[in-house]
Design a protein around this ligand. Structure first.
Ligand code: CUA
Length: 325
């Protein structure tokens, strides 16, 4: 009994109603549309289950074997019954299909004229976010202003990924050589977690993301900080900058005014992000030091190689990078 309770508690522990990846707490028009279809299907399923279990109960009680009871009437072919069990599922499918198709079309509409354009690029194993109209590039943490329509263009250079932020809407694939679109209006400020939802290689499970829906004022502040030129570092951070500039980092990463690599995440305002390695770890000097020292030990398959830096060198670069905000 006790082990059954423990098992039940452990199983249900995964079912947080209001967790950061809840699918039943819609926080955008798109998510609400999907929740509406989900509701129809759930309640239709409940109604069907009640009918089926009631019929099963009646049959089990009425036709159970009793001593001396005669064999019940044997039926072969019953036109009315056969028509009924063909028509009934067709009606069920129709009830599901009409709202589903309506919602599919509604979620594919062209974005509003005042929509904020964001290009989402899925990469092995991180996310790049470009705001072409604002001149900002960032990674793994997407900031959006509440109440403003956003038009996401999904594309990627390597393999198929899937962009999924449950509270803001359903999954949409990110397919190389193709531009998929997703338009939505996030309506409430908050932090929403997302995850790549298409198996894409060794660190698929480590391809998380965060969406910060900000008030318009907070978004304006974030934007200004992203565009500002970071202050010239001093002390250990200055050492870190010099080390960064003459090491292999510059081949893959962009830091505006310092380097212009395009293979890895843009680090221009790295210190303003809350996490490291696509949502894997908190963005602290300790974690960044360990990451620079040997990224593969933290994230399997990661494209960034160990750079052969000493621990103090890695710490200096980590101090520089976490100060970029
Ligand atoms: Cu990207 Cu799974």
């Amino acid at each position: 009994m006790r082990s059954a309770l423990l098992l039940g508690a452990a199983a249900l522990g995964g079912c947080a109603w209001d967790g950061p990846m809840s699918t039943v707490r819609a926080r955008s028009d798109f998510a609400r549309d999907i929740l509406y279809v989900y509701g129809i299907i759930t309640w239709a399923s409940v109604a069907i289950a009640l009918v089926v279990f009631a019929a099963l109960g009646v049959v089990l009680l009425r036709f159970r074997e009793k001593p001396g009871a005669p064999l019940p009437a044997q039926t072969h072919g019953h036109t009315l019954l056969e028509i009924a069990w063909t028509v009934a599922p067709a009606l069920v499918l129709l009830v599901i299909a009409i709202p589903t198709i309506q919602v599919i079309f509604r979620t594919q509409v062209a974005p509003a004229a005042q929509a904020l354009d964001v290009t989402v690029r899925g990469r092995q194993w991180w996310w790049e976010f470009r705001y072409p109209s604002l001149g900002v590039v960032t990674a793994n943490e997407l900031h959006l202003p509440a109440g403003r329509p956003v038009a996401l263009t999904l594309e990627g250079p390597d393999v198929i990924h899937s962009f999924w932020v449950p509270q803001l809407g359903g999954k949409r694939d990110v397919i190389p050589g193709r531009e998929n679109r997703l338009t939505l209006v996030p309506d409430r400020p908050g932090e929403y977690w997302g995850q790549c939802a298409e198996f894409c290689g060794a660190s698929h499970a480590n391809m998380g993301l965060r969406v910060f829906v900000d008030t318009p004022e907070a978004f304006a502040r974030w934007l200004a900080a992203q565009r500002a030129t970071p202050a010239e570092p001093a002390g250990l951070a200055a050492e870190g900058k010099a080390l960064y500039a003459r090491s292999a980092c510059v081949g893959c990463h962009t830091i505006r005014g310092v380097s212009a690599g395009v293979l890895g995440p843009d680090l221009t305002t790295f210190g303003s992000r809350t996490t490291l390695g696509a949502g894997l770890l908190p963005n602290t000097i300790e974690n960044v030091t360990a990451w620079i020292h040997d990224p593969g030990a933290i994230k399997p398959g990661v494209k960034m190689p160990p750079l052969g830096l000493t621990e103090p060198q890695a710490r200096a670069i980590a101090t520089y990078l976490t100060g970029l905000r």
